[in-house]
Design a protein around this ligand. Structure first.
Ligand SMILES: [Fe+2]
Ligand SMILES: [Fe+2]
Length: 284
């Protein structure tokens, strides 16, 4: 016991001062660690801020690259549509006028600006499928034979084939328009022979815009008809070839459409039309 007490005493006597030193050391160590933790936390926060800045930069670079790719994609297809227009021997700037009329009709129907602008762009590619039709048919001065008509009536499907498969909304809409712009409200159109609201709205609008423009401009096989005569033809086809609601909206802005067409033709006569991504149609 003595020995054990002695050991205990010895332990207490030796360890007490040492314990005090330990506490001081531990305090120092804790302070050092706290400071180090603080420095590391500050450094980690700075790295995190730096990383989030880099992520933001990468994201905006990615978005810019995506937009540039999207525009390049659209531009290529617009040029192809323009090539089809030249091949078709269209007078003036048919595709741009169709875009313009389609956007204006959609606006008159009360659709939001985003849709009108999308339609303005997409409608311009409605006849892109003409690129797949032989020039001897497209530029034939006289009437087409039954077989030639059969080939001509393939252009909506050819166009839809060129434009479909994209996840860009404008091109999806353009593919829809290409396939449906020759359908008739009565079901007598082509290529699918669908009727009424089964025809996409975009195709119903562009079908009417296309009819008006085609008949009021010179073609290689016939002269333009007077505006009033073509307006009368549209009225006669209300509920047959054309959706009555779209005819009514069109008639409500017919004067504006004619003015816009004449202004567009004047602009085209003196200079190149503005870029397709511009919002010039909003000016009419
Ligand atoms: Fe067409
Ligand atoms: Fe057309």
């Amino acid at each position: 016991m003595t020995n054990r007490r002695g050991k205990l005493h010895q332990f207490t006597a030796v360890k007490l001062p040492a314990h005090g030193t330990d506490l001081a050391d531990q305090l120092d160590e804790l302070t050092r660690r706290r400071d180090q933790d603080h420095r590391e936390r500050v450094a980690a926060e700075a790295r995190l801020n730096q990383l989030s800045l880099e992520v933001q930069t990468l994201r905006s670079e990615r978005d810019r690259a995506y937009r540039a790719l999207e525009e390049a994609h659209q531009e290529t297809l617009f040029r192809l549509a323009r090539a089809a227009e030249h091949k078709n021997g269209e007078a003036g700037n048919h595709m741009r006028r169709i875009g313009l009329f389609a956007g204006m009709i959609a606006e008159a129907l009360g659709y939001p600006d985003e849709y009108c602008e999308l339609l303005y762009k997409a409608a311009q590619m409605h006849d892109i499928g003409m690129i797949g039709i032989h020039e001897s048919i497209l530029r034939k001065p006289g009437a087409l034979t039954t077989d030639e008509w059969k080939l001509m009536r393939e252009h909506p499907r050819i166009g839809a084939g060129i434009l479909s498969g994209s996840d860009l909304p404008m091109l999806e809409l353009a593919a829809e328009i290409s396939l449906s712009h020759h359908e008739h409200y009565s079901g007598a159109g082509y290529p699918l022979g669908i009727a009424g609201d089964a025809i996409p709205l975009s195709g119903r609008i562009v079908g009417l815009a296309d009819f008006f423009d085609a008949l009021t401009m010179d073609r290689c096989y016939r002269k333009a008809r007077p505006d009033e005569q073509v307006l009368e033809m549209i009225r006669e086809r209300r509920g047959q070839q054309f959706d009555p609601r779209i005819v009514d909206a069109f008639m409500g802005i017919a004067d504006k459409i004619i003015l816009a067409r004449d202004s567009a033709n004047e602009i085209e006569a003196i200079c190149d039309m503005p870029d397709v991504n511009g919002d010039w149609w909003m000016a009419f």
